[in-house]
Design a binder for this molecule. Sequence first.
Ligand SMILES: C[S@@+](CC[C@H](N)C(=O)[O-])C[C@H]1O[C@@H](n2cnc3c(N)ncnc32)[C@H](O)[C@@H]1O
Length: 405
Amino acid sequence: LAAGSADLAHLDARDRNFAFTLVLTSLRRHGEAKAVIAHFLDRPLPRKSGSAAIILHFATVQLLFLGIAPHAAIDLAVRAAKLDRNATHFANLINAVLRKIAATGARALEGLDIGRINTPQWLWQRWVRDHGEEIALRIGLAHRDEPPLDLTVKRDAEAWAERLGGIVLSTGSVRLQPGHAAVETLEGYAQGEWWVQDAAAAVPARLLGEISGQRVLDLCAAPGGKTLQLCEAGARVTALDISAARLERVRDNLKRTGLSAELVVGDALAFAPSQAYDAVLLDGPCSATGTIRRHPDLPFVKSDRQIGELAALQKRLLDKAAGFVKAGGRLIYCTCSLEPEEGEGQIPSFLARHDDFTLLPVKPGQAGLEPHFVSKEGYFRSLPFMPIGPATGLDGFFAARLLRR
Ligand SMILES: C[S@@+](CC[C@H](N)C(=O)[O-])C[C@H]1O[C@@H](n2cnc3c(N)ncnc32)[C@H](O)[C@@H]1O
């Protein structure tokens, strides 16, 4: 799905952007497109119809959601069908259905339960079970729109917001609305005055508070958004990641921002530092369901089983991370997941296994957090539809702050 995908490399920038938008929108609104197509088809397409279904899907998305002129979208669809031995028999049907969708398809969208139908069943069931139906619907709805671009700025958030045409959020991130110029061309990027980081992702490192001069271990550090925050706050940072290639991105980011950290390629589970740290931040591998707004392919490539496996790995990483914290030091555990197994569910069992740790509850106001971001237990929890003053929407994130006695 990457914009830099080799399959798209031969296209010029405009076509590449269009292809990218088309795929992203087709994923984000797949349920709506499917429902409208089903409304206008007398019976489902047979199995041997080749690419007819996907051609219909892409054309419907162009007609209903991307404002493409009907003749252009329909002509392209019919031509594409004729290129496929199996779909070519359906070219007339595709033409007829798309004409109807162009004329009255928008009406077929009315009354659809959008938050639900755009969410694949396995996730819908999970979210209803874990968050309740009302919240599940709001999560699903939040996944429909293109998310804004959030930046963590080194200093002068107000000035940078003004310069870049954005706003400052309650937590201090600067937000630009979709439609901004390419990130690398924005003022301050080359000078390393800021980096891209969702407002929610910027919270966990801030929960450490004053860390100037402290030794901080960033386990699972790449691509390095949190490493940069820790360095900028004046900590002496060790950034570890299992992936050498991903750690290169941390190196590049440090270079661009003029910050420095000790970089270690290695498995956190096998890491054996000679000295314990004042603070450890564990932002381990997770299902990343909190980032579906940015990665709408996730629901189609992840599975229930993977979430169980990841939760088991997170438990092992947490146990390991605990051993790297010195007495009186702090441990931040965080994930960009909406799934309680990867967040809230980890903490009580961790505390039961480690009686030298206690929860250091997060309080509203800390790191600029509004009360709705703080759970009754004292965890940081964001969901993609939540307001973040003065705006709305951020990645789904979980963080707990633990203290070693
Ligand atoms: C969620 S990402 C971290 C994001 C990063 N903290 C940031 O703010 O930019 C998880 C990272 O964990 C790394 N990882 C996965 N398993 C690991 C392990 N056993 N030891 C160290 N790093 C691991 C992955 O390579 C990936 O870069």
